[in-house]
Design a binder for this molecule. Structure first.
Ligand code: SF4
Length: 382
């Protein structure tokens, strides 16, 4: 009898991109059309395997991430959603998100996604500045990015998230403000704002280490982070996680589940799953499409164990994830799950971050300027 694993969240990794962006370290391949169009069959096999091995729904959030999920046709997305319905099951009000690269969509494809039940669009706009878009190696320019947004609205998407990248090489504060103005003119429901970093083994990393390219310094990064915070807060967005802002009622249900350490099943090459059995365990599907195909063909386990948690590591991860969010964590939640308060578990870490860590009637959370120092402040909790 397999372990029973009830989940309300499903992540689906689509590991293909038209062309690799030079800063990106997500798993994706520049595959041929036939490989892309055959991939949904693997996902359906994986779903069947997961339900045979104890995973069950119904799921309340489905997230197509990548890679570039918008390389799949609406018909392919419809087929996957139907397979989800027939295996895990899904709630009527499930949040169904697709990440889309503006350089790969059309009015027709966006209308198609909406009509097959996708109700949230995460658009990889990144910037509205043509020079920066070109430098980032994106497929689209400013006008094409804006067109993708207008098409999405006219396709009926009333829940759109836009990605904004900042701390770009050579970026000025005025350019960032221009970007913010352009984004706010679009009035998206949600924004995800990421500072550019040179991830190991990317072409950008090579350029930065060889001195061919310079990223803005820490001061620029800090000013940019706070500039974004102030502009978006003034415009009515809640800064509900380090990198995420939403209008009331539009926080991403799927991602909130990650930060709250709720179970999720991840399917597709490169996907991760989490299940809080005992103190929790995380599995991964190796980032290898050929091995994934072979495992499913041979009816072998497509996922492998990545890590298991004990009480201590589960407590630390819970705090690490929760302090990324506006909600933070309450002593009541900690007592229910771990039998202790934050003060009992981490008295010294609390002292070290006292300037940025608020305690509001037993609810602990970091201020936005604390988030800026997150990597440093979180260390004593780890
Ligand atoms: S399109 Fe997205 S996933 Fe693909 S390489 Fe660029 S940033 Fe990475």
């Amino acid at each position: 009898m397999p372990d029973l694993r009830q989940t309300s969240a499903l992540y689906i990794h689509i590991p293909f991109c038209r062309r690799k962006c030079p800063y990106c370290d997500f798993y994706s391949e520049e595959a041929c059309e036939a490989t892309i169009q055959n991939y949904p069959d693997l996902l359906k096999q994986h779903l069947a395997w997961a339900t045979e091995h104890g995973w069950s729904g119904p799921v309340d959030s489905i997230y197509f991430g990548g890679g570039t999920p918008s390389l799949l046709t609406p018909e392919a997305i419809a087929g996957i959603l139907q397979a989800v319905e027939q295996t895990l099951g899904r709630t009527q009000e499930a949040e169904v998100t697709i990440e889309a690269n503006p350089g790969t969509v059309s009015q027709q494809s966006l209308t198609g996604y909406r009509s097959v039940g996708v109700n949230r669009l995460s658009l990889g706009l990144q910037s509205c500045n043509n020079n920066h878009l070109a430098h980032l190696g994106r497929l689209h320019n400013r006008q094409e990015g804006l067109n993708a947004f207008y098409w999405a609205r006219s396709a009926g998407f009333d829940n759109i998230s836009l990605d904004l990248m900042f701390a770009l090489p050579g970026q000025t504060a005025a350019e960032l403000e221009d970007d913010l103005r352009s984004y706010l003119d679009l009035a998206p429901e949600h924004l995800s704002c990421y500072g550019l970093t040179a991830e190991p083994e990317t072409p950008f990393h090579q350029k930065v280490t060889s001195g061919e390219m310079f990223l803005p310094d820490e001061d620029f990064y800090a000013d940019a982070f706070m500039l974004i915070h102030e502009h978006l807060a003034t415009a009515g967005y809640e800064h509900y996680e380090i990198a995420n802002y939403a209008r009331k009622g539009y926080a991403c249900r799927h991602n909130l589940g990650y930060w709250q350490r709720r179970p999720y099943l991840g399917i597709g090459a490169g996907a991760h799953s989490f299940y809080p059995d005992h103190w929790g365990s995380r599995q991964e599907v190796p980032s290898d499409l050929t091995a994934y195909r072979q495992a499913l063909h041979d009816r072998q386990e497509p996922m492998r164990l990545l890590e298991t948690f004990d009480r201590e590591s589960a407590l630390r991860e819970t705090i690490y994830l929760a302090l990324r969010t506006r909600h933070g964590i309450t002593d009541t939640e900690l007592q229910q799950r771990f039998g202790c308060t934050l003060q009992e578990a981490f008295p010294e870490a609390i002292v070290a971050s006292a300037q940025w860590l608020a305690n509001d009637n037993g609810r602990w959370s970091l201020s936005p300027s604390g988030w800026l120092l997150f990597d440093r402040l979180i260390l004593p909790f780890l």
